[in-house]
Design a protein around this ligand. Structure first.
Ligand code: ADP
Ligand code: MG
Length: 698
């Protein structure tokens, strides 16, 4: 065994560890809980807890925690030690089944959107046995869901698990119709590609904007940016390579399948992609990955920025959510097969996704909505805010011919009929990638590219799973009652293509012409978080989530409030940080520079009365005038913030106000400050510059 295979998963209470450490009968009962969701009785839980504890203690653990994902977006944990006192004043290490299954963090400060009345502010955490427990530092972490006592989800895991059940239910119905009796469960799979920036910690520490908001609020472009594309896939610098090595090591120990790493397009930007796995595990793993990236970067004197747009003028960071549907027999349902039977089934699942993306464009957009991601989507870079789907020319042509009832390709002599004839072999095109598409078919999976680097992938997958479950439900309802299955199937596929083909777009998504074309097609273009959030409450969306038991209306409303509230708070922190930087650092520095120039002019004139002072005088004029403007813009920003205080408005109006007036005032202020920066004596700029930040890591 080599080093990597030895350490892989060594900190995970995995299936093989369970098999080895649990009595046969306990293992079997636990498997029933994991695979079939059967209730785990107390006696069994006690045995599992005890085995887990012994294993964890052998690995050096002293504490345990219910690890959960509240609506703050980060993971939460509260540590309890295993110790329990004995009668004779010693301690023993204890961990019961009850402690494993349920926890009660006093978690009243997590956002709940009014779901928990204050008299019952506590929520409880419940073990998710489908995601393995693991050790982090000296703590045994137990992945859990976080709910209120009324059963409402207060976290990002509960609805994700519900959505996986929803797609499982409906996909199973469809597979049975195709005569499949072997499959017993269907799960979605995800491989999230994670982008991030690394900057010198020493420089980060000198920038209040990075410290408080994760992004630069001021800063002129450096003379060089990403225009040469010379960072993309470039040689990885030694320090960064050492960071990646450390990161891999820890991720592997936690059973995370970290696979590829490379430099991204922007300077100082990198990417990590794991091998895909079941969606809820991929979600847990991605949260862990983000957490470890930040911690390990510090060890190397670096800071990992996960903000969606840390720097103006160079690419921001996103996350590509590669998504597919798999059976427990190992078949990928989005893989076009070799037989007519497989082809027809593939086409139906493909249709289910096409229909889902078209019907629930709004929800997909909402699932990636955040203050940070608004700087990417619909701004001037990767993916536009319009949701559309790339299928590639070949597959699009096939769908086109099916819709028209025409034969496809020269090899197909007979009339093409789904379920009867062979789908023409089309190359699984992995090179013809349309990087501008927000939702692309890449051979045997879809890649949803609108996620922000900081997002939990849970939101996007809740929507994907549920929306596709809904298409499948409609298909199953229809096909279960059809007389001639093949004919009904053919009709269904034709009709779906006809009704939903507007969502398919293989062209350049960055093109202005696409914005107009999308509008003609009736597609939504929801540019900002306050623009899209109202759609969350639309009747069709409430119905979708209720019908598939993913969110109740109350839960949707709570999330709607939390997202908007969070959005306004982030913009407020940014605005206040800007004011602070402008008043306490930038304006004084700029003014000091003109003061210094004035002294020089006076000194020069005294020493050599006819000396040329044109540079100094022109600079004094120009900078003084800009500083005056900047001063007034600072006042204006403060005024718009103060105006908001006495206003009584709901969370949507408040978010709109921030996005409108506050954001505009921030933008104006930045433009002026950045202009002054470029005329300034380097020594006078009080912060590390873009050049320092983007090219500083050696
Ligand atoms: P690239 O996008 O560079 O061509 P791949 O296609 O191999 O690379 O994979 C990109 C990501 O998609 C990886 O995280 C990979 O594990 C994931 N992926 C591959 N197949 C699937 C699948 N069936 N379901 C979900 N994710 C997948
Ligand atoms: Mg990719």
């Amino acid at each position: 065994m080599n080093e990597v295979t030895r350490i892989f998963g060594s900190n995970v209470f995995s299936d093989s560890v369970m098999r080895e450490r649990l009595p046969k009968e306990t293992y079997k009962q636990l498997q029933r809980t994991i695979k079939l969701g059967k209730h785990l009785d107390n006696a069994v839980a006690n045995v599992v807890a005890n085995a887990m504890k012994d294993w964890a203690i052998e690995k050096g653990a002293t504490h345990f925690t219910h690890w959960f994902q509240p609506m703050t977006g980060i993971t939460a944990e509260k540590h309890d030690s295993f110790i329990a006192p004995t009668d004779d004043g010693r301690v023993i290490m204890e961990f019961s089944g009850k402690e494993l299954i349920q926890g009660e963090p006093d978690a009243s400060s997590f956002p709940s959107g009014g779901l928990r009345a204050t008299f019952e502010a506590r929520g409880y955490t419940a073990w998710d046995p489908t995601s393995y427990a693991f050790i982090k530092g000296k703590t045994l972490c137990i992945p859990t869901a976080f709910c209120s006592y009324g059963g409402e989800a207060l976290d990002k895991k509960t609805p994700l698990l519900r959505s996986m059940e929803a797609i499982n239910r409906q996909a199973m119905r469809v597979l049975r119709l195709f005569g499949d009796e072997d499959v017993t469960s269907v799960k979605t799979t995800v491989g999230p590609e994670q982008e991030y920036f690394l900057v010198e910690k020493e420089m980060f520490d000198k920038r209040p904007d990075l410290i408080y908001t994760g992004r630069t609020l001021f800063g002129a472009k450096s003379p060089k940016g990403q225009e040469l594309d010379d960072h993309y896939f470039g040689t990885i610098k030694t320090r960064v390579a050492e960071f990646m090595e450390d990161l891999n090591q820890e991720l592997w120990e936690l059973g995370v399948l970290a696979k590829t790493e490379h430099n991204e397009v922007a300077p100082a930007q990198h990417e990590l992609a794991p091998i895909f796995t079941t969606t809820n595990i991929a979600t847990d793993h991605n949260q862990l990955t983000m957490e470890l990236m930040q911690r390990i970067a510090k060890k190397h004197g670096l800071v990992c920025l996960l903000h969606e747009k840390p720097f103006a003028g160079v690419n921001g960071s996103g996350k590509h959510n590669n998504w597919s549907i798999s059976t427990n027999t190992g078949k990928n349902l989005l893989d076009p097969g070799d037989t007519p039977h497989e082809n027809a089934q593939f086409l139906l699942f493909l249709c289910a996704v096409i229909q889902a993306v078209d019907d629930y464009q709004d929800l997909l957009r909402i699932s990636v909505a955040s203050a940070g991601n608004d700087h990417r989507l619909g701004a001037n870079e990767a993916p536009p805010a319009i949701v559309s789907m790339f299928l590639g020319d070949e597959l699009t042509a096939i769908l086109d011919s099916i819709e028209k009832g025409e034969e496809y390709g020269s090899r197909e002599k007979e009339l093409w009929k789904v379920g009867v004839h062979i789908l023409p072999r089309f190359p699984k095109d992995t090179t013809d990638r349309n990087r501008t598409s927000p939702f692309a078919f890449t051979g045997n999976k879809f890649e949803f590219r609108m996620l922000g680097s900081n997002d939990s992938i849970s939101g996007a997958n809740i929507v994907l799973n549920t929306a596709v479950a809904e298409s499948l439900r409609q298909y199953a309802d229809m096909l279960e009652n059809a007389g001639d299955f093949n004919a009904a199937l053919h009709g269904l596929i034709q009709e779906t293509i006809h009704n939903h083909k507007r969502i398919i777009f293989n062209g350049n998504g960055y093109d202005d012409a696409w914005v107009e074309e999308a509008q003609r097609r009736g597609l939504l273009n929801l540019r900002t978080t306050p623009d899209c959030l109202p759609y969350f409450l639309a009747e069709k969306n409430v119905k979708l989530f209720a019908q598939h038991r993913v969110f109740t209306e109350t839960e949707i409303r709570a999330r709607y409030e939390i997202i908007l509230d969070n959005y306004s708070k982030i913009l407020n922190i940014e605005a206040v940080t800007m004011l602070d930087m402008a008043r306490r650092d930038l304006l004084p520095a700029f003014s000091a520079f003109t003061g210094k120039l004035s002294e020089t002019v006076n000194a020069k004139k005294a020493a050599a009365p006819g000396a040329d002072c044109s540079y100094e005088e022109a600079q004094i004029q120009k900078i003084s005038s800009l500083v005056g403007t900047m001063y007034r813009q600072t006042q204006a920003l403060e005024d718009v913030l103060l105006e908001l205080v006495p206003m009584h408005c709901d969370e949507l109006e408040r978010a709109k106000y921030y996005r409108g007036k506050v954001f505009d005032a921030m933008t104006q202020l930045r433009i002026t400050a950045d202009e002054i920066e470029t005329s300034l004596d380097r020594k006078y700029y009080p912060y590390p510059t873009y050049g320092d930040l983007l090219f500083g890591v050696r």
